[in-house]
Design a protein around this ligand. Structure first.
Ligand code: ZN
Length: 150
């Protein structure tokens, strides 16, 4: 990846963190997961409204570093409209991308590819994966609706 593209991606992450999308609560959500990354101090709550096997609304609230906020912002954008299966696939893809296991081409993922750079910064990986673990917990029947990276 060229330096120019890397800069572009950083710009995208900063933009999402400054103006997070879907930064609100959902009235009467079907799923609500608290997520905490003690290493960095990121805390967020992910809200989902799932109807007839489809994510019809997604939002989050919280505070944390730019990476954690941008990741949650992009997640809520992407997961809206997904079937439960698509949402689970998205988690797998992003988990591989962010932890550097497997190698989906970041360019195939649109904006989400911007987060791929964190894999080079082990301290930042947990910031980026936090909201995705919350999504995973929401999608998994019987999972406690509280996740922590520790
Ligand atoms: Zn963080």
């Amino acid at each position: 990846m060229s330096d120019e593209l890397t800069d572009l991606y950083q710009e995208l992450i900063l933009d999402h963190s400054r103006h997070p999308h879907n930064f609100r609560t959902i009235d009467d959500p079907s799923h609500m997961v608290d997520a905490h990354n003690p290493l960095c101090g990121d805390m967020l709550t992910l809200y989902l409204r799932i109807e007839e096997g489809r994510v019809v609304d997604a939002s989050f609230e919280g505070r944390g570093c730019a990476i954690s906020m941008a990741s949650a912002s992009m997640l809520t954008d992407q997961v809206k409209g997904c079937s439960l299966e698509e949402a689970a696939d998205l988690f797998e893809t992003m988990h591989h991308l962010l932890t550097g296991t497997g190698s989906p081409e970041p360019t195939d993922l649109g904006e989400l590819g911007a987060l791929a750079g964190v894999r080079h910064y082990p301290m930042r990986v947990k910031c980026a994966t936090l909201s995705w673990h919350a999504l995973k917990a929401a999608l998994t029947e019987g999972e406690p609706q509280k996740v922590t990276t520790e």
